[in-house]
Design a protein around this ligand. Structure first.
Ligand code: SF4
Ligand code: SF4
Length: 422
């Protein structure tokens, strides 16, 4: 697929603007109804999904060129997909995939963002989206005596991901995950130094070929390991293995689960028993790529029936975000004795982004922080003592915001809270 294949989707845009807000029926309070960080921050239609689709069609028709301003607008978007879900509340059109293709067309035309180029350089050289990493990928597992799945067969492959592997502050999450898996008697292994970036963040930055190159490396490791199931604690990794690999016909029969799905299953089966009380009031932040962008890919083959209204033969089904992973993380939290969950206004498919997505954490850290600050304000308004999430990129961003704002909120990955209870 290419940008031209989304022309009709982009032309279907009515300039009606629901892509900027929660649908009215879903609004729970007056304070927070925006879903798109980009339009909320920059307050001009071009910075919305609808505006970007106008630019997409104009690029195809050569009415617009890849100017610095156009690129600035295109890259100041977290690729969080909230626009896609809100638009599809009433429309049938591919919003998010169009945004992906606009970025891919920029990269293929050689119009990139210098900050993102730096990340991709690191990906090509070291297989990581964390430039300047001095440590080795498997260092987090020192002393845990875990199976190396590049050399031994395992039932379950634990893909740790770039942020958790290369940010020492995140090692605690990976180590807690491994300890809980051991406790539950799971036959699992890690790739260690042979693990490589999933490639998903590169794809959503527009670097499609780099994503495909990374997928080849990962498929070799998955095959070697003999694993039937891949688990990951990274929401980006989850979207990549579950959705993108499926979209590109690479997933095969591999079962892909987020670690919260896997732990929820183990708890249900009685293989994990959270017994110790964690007396804390927690609010849960749905990561975009685990929630709305974690919804399974829907394959469709057919043709559009030409006419005033868009119809398809056979009828086309759309991913609308409601079948993402929303309950398993909450089920894990609910299984912890003493822990109380309070919800924010914008949750599940309408969750506000943490700010890190789409390369914004690298290309415009100030905008990323502005976005995270809004989420921390929202979390604080619930009266919670802590915000829990299920992605290292979210934990990083929310943690930075808490620090800069001097907030009293504690930030956790759900796995850290589960570890306390088991
Ligand atoms: S993207 Fe969807 S919601 Fe936004 S202006 Fe276009 S049609 Fe309306
Ligand atoms: S992906 Fe997120 S930031 Fe980008 S236009 Fe859509 S809602 Fe806005």
């Amino acid at each position: 697929m290419a940008l031209k294949d989304y022309r009709r989707d982009m032309e279907t845009c009515r300039r009606c603007s629901p892509c900027k807000f929660m649908p009215l029926e879903k609004v729970t309070g007056f304070d927070r109804i925006n879903v798109c960080p980009s339009i909320s921050r920059y307050d001009f239609h071009s910075y919305s999904a609808g505006g970007r689709m106008v630019m997409g069609t104009a690029l195809l028709e050569k009415r617009l060129d890849y100017t610095d301003k156009l690129l600035e607008v295109i890259y100041n978007c977290q690729m969080c997909g909230a626009c896609d879900t809100s638009c599809k509340y009433s429309m049938d059109m591919e919003v998010f995939e169009s945004l992906d293709e606009i970025r891919i067309s920029c990269v293929e035309a050689g119009h990139t963002n210098p900050a993102l180029d730096k990340v991709i350089k690191s990906l090509r050289k070291q297989g990581t989206m964390v430039p300047g990493a001095k440590i080795k990928r498997g260092d987090w597992a020192a002393g845990l005596n875990l199976k190396d799945c590049s050399a031994e067969k395992v039932e379950v492959l634990f893909h740790v991901g770039c942020q958790t592997s290369y940010n020492k502050n995140m090692w605690k999450v990976a180590r807690a995950t491994a300890k809980i898996l051991k406790k539950a008697g799971v036959d699992f292994g890690i790739g260690g130094e042979n693990e490589s970036c999933c490639g998903g963040r590169a794809y959503h930055m527009g670097y499609k070929q780099d994503f495909l190159d990374q997928s080849k490396k990962n498929l070799v490791l998955i095959k070697k390991s003999g694993a039937k199931t891949l688990v990951t604690g990274c929401a980006d990794g989850y979207n990549t293995f579950k959705v993108l690999y499926d979209k590109f016909g690479l997933k095969g029969k591999l079962e892909v689960l987020h670690i919260t799905e896997y732990f929820a299953r183990l708890i249900k089966e009685g293989k994990l028993k959270p017994k110790k009380a964690v007396n804390m009031t927690v609010t849960y932040h749905d990561p975009c790529y685990l929630g709305r962008q974690g919804e399974p890919y829907i394959h469709w083959k057919g043709k559009e029936v030409l006419g005033d209204l868009r119809t398809f033969e056979p009828p086309k089904l759309y991913r609308r975000g409601m079948y993402g992973v929303y309950e398993p993380p909450r089920d894990v939290l609910k299984s912890i004795p003493g822990l109380k969950i309070v919800e924010m206004d914008r949750i599940k498919e309408y969750a506000w982004c943490c700010g890190a997505g789409g390369g914004v954490i690298e290309s415009n850290p100030e905008f990323a922080m502005w976005t995270a600050n809004e989420r921390i304000d929202e979390a604080g308004s619930t009266g919670a003592e802590a915000i829990a999430t299920a992605c290292p990129w979210c934990e990083l961003m929310l943690g930075q915001s808490v620090k800069s704002k001097g907030s009293n909120l504690a930030v956790y990955d759900i796995v850290e809270l589960l570890e306390k209870a088991v």
